[in-house]
Design a protein. Structure first.
Length: 367
């Protein structure tokens, strides 16, 4: 089958989908992209971040992007986005970084507001299906917030299932833990298990970015401006050169390269900072600051630089063709890095979408 035929087949599948979805807090479109790949028709993505619009609409054609503040929107404005007569899916990843283990202080008011708005829409619209992805710490440091959300769904007669998943088991080349919740009024809907439990089948850094053109610190590839390496200072260049290839870390450095904060006992806990990734393992979790070597183990396995935006996107399981910034506009690296780090990995989203489609098909057969 030709590539064109395959794309047409997927387009027809989406057009005929029994599910009509709306993606809250959609960002650059990772969740939407995966749901579309599973054959779910996503009517619109909603996010307050206007910088994400280009990435969302360019890579997810025929899906509207609405730059809305959900806190200022009424339920009818969301409800009218669904196609009448279809099974409705309200999906979203409310940003809850305050609960992340990378955040020292907890200011959960913003996250509470977002999840409460999510619950408010569910209460008023009563969609047949709900899907949520979030940081795993929501079930720990944010347990009260999480429990309130689940209790709300159960009181509305949803069958609810949630668990902490390992993204590497879903084909994402990254060690990433996420809380995933699925809920249905059609019957029992379980969060699907990953297909790759054997670590020998995990997608690795080498398989994902090993074929990209090499770069020096500060260099940009002429045919892909997202494949651009941050310019390292002379001192940081010395540091990464002193870090062994394939998983080396700052404990190998001579004394004169060690930061003062890392010489203290408390600083020694964060030895992965300034470290290199391993070639034959999944990458560490992609964060909003994943293209800086001082923010985690984000050094290239062998080249003397941090990973690029394109490499970060690939490790987040975005396709190589995914575009994040308008051609001709000055690239805002910080904005793109934020979009990538905050995204739902499309391969995880596709697995969830397939489980939803199987659930709907089973319900239709039973009916």
């Amino acid at each position: 089958m030709s590539r064109g035929a395959a794309k047409k087949s997927l387009a027809e599948k989406i057009a005929d989908s029994p599910v009509s979805a709306v993606d809250l807090f959609c960002g650059a479109g990772g969740l939407t992209h995966g749901l579309l790949q599973a054959g779910i028709k996503v009517e619109a993505g909603i996010d307050i971040d206007e910088q994400a619009e280009y990435a969302f609409v360019t890579n997810n054609p025929k899906t509207k992007y609405l730059a809305w503040d959900v806190g200022r929107k009424t339920s009818p404005s969301i409800e009218k986005l669904f196609v009448e007569g279809k099974i409705r899916l309200l999906a979203g990843c409310a940003p809850c970084q305050p609960f992340s283990k990378l955040t020292q202080a907890i200011d959960n008011h913003h996250c509470c507001d977002l999840l409460n708005n999510f619950a408010r829409f569910i209460d008023k619209i009563q969609p047949e299906l709900v899907a949520m992805e979030n940081v795993p710490e929501l079930a720990e440091r944010g347990r009260e917030v999480c429990n309130h959300f689940v209790d709300t769904l159960e009181k509305l007669d949803y069958n609810v299932d949630w668990k902490i998943v390992k993204c590497e088991e879903y084909g994402v080349p990254q060690f990433r833990r996420r809380l995933v919740l699925l809920a249905s009024k059609l019957g029992e809907l379980k969060v699907p298990a990953g297909r790759y439990h054997n670590e020998k089948k995990w997608k690795t850094v080498r398989k994902t970015i090993g074929d990209l053109p090499p770069l020096e610190s500060g260099e940009e590839h002429p045919s892909d401006r997202l494949h651009v390496a941050s310019k390292l200072s002379d001192l940081n260049l010395r540091r990464i050169k002193a870090t062994s290839p394939d998983g080396g870390n700052r404990r190998e450095w001579p004394e004169e390269l060690v930061l003062e904060c890392h010489k203290r006992e408390t600083g020694d806990r964060y030895h992965s900072i300034y470290g290199r990734m391993w070639w034959d393992k999944p990458s560490p979790t992609m964060t909003t600051l994943c293209t800086g070597i001082g923010n985690g183990r984000f050094g290239h396995p062998e080249q003397h630089r941090s990973i690029t935006l394109r490499e970060a996107a690939l490790l987040q399981s975005f396709p190589k063709s995914y575009q994040f910034w308008p051609p001709g506009a000055k690239l805002n690296r910080g904005a793109v890095s934020r979009m990538i780090g905050n995204a739902v990995p499309p391969r995880l989203a596709k697995a969830l979408g397939r489980a939803i489609m199987d659930h709907v098909a089973a319900h239709d057969s039973a009916g």
